[in-house]
Design a protein around this ligand. Sequence first.
Ligand code: DQA
Length: 160
Amino acid sequence: MTIVNVATPVASRSWDVLVLHGPNLNLLGLREPGIYGARTLAQIDIQLVELGISLNTTVQSFQSNHEGALVDAIHAARDRYQGIVINAGAYTHTSIAIRDAISAVQIPTVEVHLSNIYKREEFRHHSYLASIVVGQISGFGADSYYLGLQALVAHLEGLS
Ligand code: DQA
């Protein structure tokens, strides 16, 4: 049997990836830890930078509680980042504007969620982003971000 390790792509070049965190994710660590875990956003961001180094990828993160600020960040990512990892928080379920921004800039994007949104309230089952992103990772706590970054880099490597 051949085992293909998709999680550790052989780096062919370096990448710049933007990680976007939506509303209320600044409260990670305090906010419903039984659902979202004990890790703070700062801890997740540091670990993403460290993981990025091993993937030949520079990672920068931005969090906002405001839809327009997230749209602006996606627009500004054009010509600057080759990929985006986004946890849009509650905007996942409401924001056509964020969906349209991702479609407009055409930057390969991976959607992540700490919780498994399909095991929760019905209003969380629909994502406006799911059908325009490369893929979605949901339910692995902070690991969803790390898996998302690995999957995004593997996808970028496959395109190059
Ligand atoms: C979330 C799930 C969303 O439904 C919720 O509104 C969030 C966080 C997650 O990471 O599990 O804010 O995106």
